[in-house]
Ligand binder design. Structure first.
Ligand SMILES: [Zn+2]
Length: 441
């Protein structure tokens, strides 16, 4: 097939494609070649989301979303989903739904097992039937909260443990990948810290369209075999012992693996910077989120030259909550973008879906306007151009080089509406492995 009249980096070009790109330039159609007229629309390589959690996204599709619901509606919404077994709910936040524990859930749902995930992804709350079904005891895991000898139903950082208990809960990722393709995302980095060798294998075998492999880069624990980063989840409530942390990082580096540090608070950021100053930096090290970076940290961070993989989409998704909960001095440190770039730090836009909005165009818009869901400006000094935010999506998974529309590359493209800009763009058509992605059914 020949795509003609496409705007590639400002030049009007044609692209000949099979499963990969065969030629780019001023090309004449071959006899009987099918032609697609891009009508001057901007043709981009397929986008790469550098921070996403595929299994959690798929699980969310079968879950009650509490983000805009009352907790008292949980039983009703659970029935609506049609599950006779578990009710799974996401998007709980004490601010909106009040304190939640086993007793509250038991009152709502006395007989059906229920698990409710906190919107941060850090905690699950389960009811008594769930405790029984999962055989949770006070000594099952350090994350089981116990109050006066009784389980409160609150489980912290137990996703991996829960995943193992709930194995057999197989998730169908195919519809999710189709949705990603429709948004123009033709490859991702799955950043789940609990990815192990088995999960890596599963993610590497995912198919996009027509049986063609969907390109998933995977970070995770020490067992991974494909060279993805070691993901270290720092949690300021439960910081690891520093020697242990330094040892893990040093060992990963010795094995030529980068480390990706989950860093949302100032303290987490300081712990990471100190660790890297001591151990040294690997070219694939990165900081995930960098949600709170103090002014005084920027110079040290720039000296370390570690990229920050950020998610401005959180501002448009939950900016009002940030404004309520944070002091104004903290707001200026929140999801910094421009000040980091100005200091020479590489910043890469991504989604953190399902915890943040997945749509790259929403994230790019959020990076350029930084407006809350009620259109309140959040530290506008950190706005960057839409082109700058888009650049992140066009980087290779290792963040070291740009993806280009060039012969030999996969024929994955995202064609924007003619006349649009990245700021207000809409995707006109997407190709994956040389095939057009069907529009939403
Ligand atoms: Zn994440």
């Amino acid at each position: 097939m020949l795509i003609v009249n496409a705007d590639i980096e400002g030049r009007n070009c044609a692209v000949r494609i099979g499963e990969t790109i065969q030629a780019v330039g001023q090309l004449q159609p071959l006899p009987n070649e099918s032609i697609y007229d891009a009508q001057g629309g901007r043709l981009l390589p397929g986008l790469h989301d550098h921070h996403i959690h595929l299994r959690a996204m798929a699980a969310r599709r079968g879950s009650v979303d509490l983000a805009s619901a009352d907790i008292r509606d949980l039983p009703k919404l659970g029935v609506k989903l049609g599950g006779s077994g578990w009710i799974r709910a996401v998007g709980y936040h004490a601010d909106r739904h009040g304190e939640l524990n086993r007793a509250v859930l038991d009152e709502l749902c006395p007989s059906q097992p229920v698990r409710v995930q906190h919107s941060s992804g850090k905690m699950w709350v389960v009811n008594s039937p769930a405790i029984e079904a999962l055989e949770i005891g006070s000594d099952s895991h350090a994350g089981v909260e116990v109050d006066q000898g009784r389980l409160t139903g609150r489980l912290f950082r137990m996703d991996k443990w829960l995943g193992e208990r709930l194995r057999g809960d197989t998730l169908d990722l195919a519809p999710l990948l189709e949705d990603l393709l429709r948004l123009g995302i033709t490859s991702v980095t799955d950043t789940s810290f609990n990815n192990d060798e088995e999960a890596e294998q599963e993610l590497k075998n995912l198919k996009g369209l027509n049986g063609k492999p969907y390109d998933v880069h995977c970070m995770g624990d020490e067992s991974l075999v494909c060279g993805g980063q070691l993901k270290i989840l720092l949690d300021e409530d439960q910081l690891p012992d520093l020697d242990g942390l330094h040892h893990r990082v040093a060992r990963a580096h010795e094995r030529d693996r980068g480390v990706a540090f989950h860093c949302v608070s100032r303290i987490e950021m300081l712990v990471v910077m100190e660790c890297l100053q001591l151990i040294g930096v690997h070219p694939n090290d990165r900081i995930e989120h960098g949600a709170m970076i103090g002014d005084e940290m920027i110079e040290d961070l720039a000296n370390l030259a570690v990229p920050v993989v950020t998610q401005p989409g959180f501002l448009s998704d939950r900016g009002e909550r940030f404004c309520r909960e944070l002091k104004s001095s903290e707001i200026s440190d929140l999801y910094r973008y421009k000040s980091l770039i100005d200091a020479g730090i590489q910043v890469v836009c991504s989604s953190d879906a399902p915890y943040g909005p997945v749509d790259p165009w929403q994230c790019i818009h959020a990076a350029s306007y930084r407006l809350s869901e009620d259109a309140r400006a959040i530290n506008s000094a950190e706005c960057v151009s839409a082109e700058t935010a888009l650049e992140g999506y066009l980087l290779q998974p290792d963040l070291l080089s740009k993806r280009e529309i060039a012969p030999g590359s996969p024929a994955n493209f995202c064609l924007l509406e003619a006349g649009g800009s990245a700021k207000g763009s809409s995707v006109h058509r997407v190709w994956f492995a040389g095939q057009p992605v069907p529009v939403s059914s």
